[in-house]
Design a protein around this ligand. Structure first.
Ligand code: AMP
Length: 279
């Protein structure tokens, strides 16, 4: 496994692999790797000749009062995980390498970037779309793996890839959860033991909602889940919405494939989760 810190160097290496006929898989991450990330890595190792994991806590996707500085950065452990899981290259650029002082270009995916998480984190998806575009160009990836845990992000990246004619194919990957249902997230490390227990109500309410989706009205399904979420002590719901799994438009009674997606603060930690619901 090779660790590369410079974008141009990785791009040169990636071009060589392309010329050799290798297929390249990319897993963009912010590090603090867990089983969720590992599931993406495993898929790439199986599908691709070369697997590149990027580890970059991307400052341009964090708002001014968000957790950029305190975001966990266990570099040594992350590198061990990558090595153990047969990653070929870890791309770990500095902020200055990705976003030098004179950087002026940003990618925006209109409308989709402004709803749900985007309504509460105004610069977030612009930062995500910009860094992912750069990573696609730098890595020359044939395939890039994204978790359905960040469902809005996945949809935005799919749209961006289509609109900007990137050759990279997007591979959506299912949410990995703890046995108790809690969706794995690097931010779970912020939770106290008590908050962790309380957070289980998020996945529980989503699971119940998905069961009732076939037989009850959307309003009833949503109301019940929101009531359960509201009962979590010291919590605040940013949003709880049932949307079309295709384009994130609001679901209605004719929607066959919906996603119930929520963002909930438990204490000082913002958790997101979602569940697919089909008729
Ligand atoms: P992050 O490091 O949080 O930016 O996540 C990097 C990638 O891993 C994104 O595509 C996430 O959607 C994905 N990911 C994070 N948590 C999970 C999870 N619990 N299950 C599946 N994928 C995940």
């Amino acid at each position: 496994m090779k660790v590369i810190k410079d974008a141009l160097q990785l791009q040169k290496v990636a071009f060589k692999h392309l010329i050799n006929g290798d297929e390249i898989g990319l897993i963009p991450t912010m590090g603090a790797l867990h089983e969720g990330h590992i599931s993406l890595i495993e898929k790439s190792v199986k599908n691709d000749d070369i697997t590149i994991v990027s580890i970059f806590v991307n400052p341009v996707q964090f708002g001014p009062n968000e957790d950029y500085l305190k975001y966990p950065r266990p570099i040594k452990k992350d590198l061990e995980i990558c090595k153990r899981n047969h990653v070929d290259y870890v791309f770990m650029p500095s902020v200055n390498n990705m976003f030098p002082q004179d950087h002026k270009t940003f990618v925006e995916v209109k409308t989709l970037q402004d709803i749900m998480c985007g309504a509460f984190r105004p610069v977030h998806f612009r930062g995500v779309a910009t860094v992912v575009s750069k990573l696609f160009n730098i890595s020359c990836a044939d395939r890039a793996y994204f978790g359905m845990k960040d469902f809005q992000q996945l949809k935005i990246i799919e749209k961006m890839t289509k609109d900007l004619n990137f050759r990279t194919k997007i591979v959506p990957c299912p949410i990995v959860r703890e046995k108790n249902g809690l969706a794995l997230s690097s931010r779970n490390s912020y939770l106290s033991d008590e908050e962790r227990l309380l957070s289980l109500n998020i996945s529980k309410s989503l699971k119940e909602a998905a069961k009732e989706f076939k037989n009850k009205s959307l309003n009833a399904v949503k109301k019940k889940a929101v009531n359960k979420l509201k009962k979590i002590p010291n919590s605040k719901i940013d949003y709880a919405e049932i949307v079309s799994a295709d384009d994130l438009s609001p679901a209605d009674k004719n929607t066959k494939r919906a996603v119930f997606t929520v963002a909930v603060w438990v204490g000082k930690t913002r958790l997101i989760d979602n569940i697919q619901m089909t008729k």
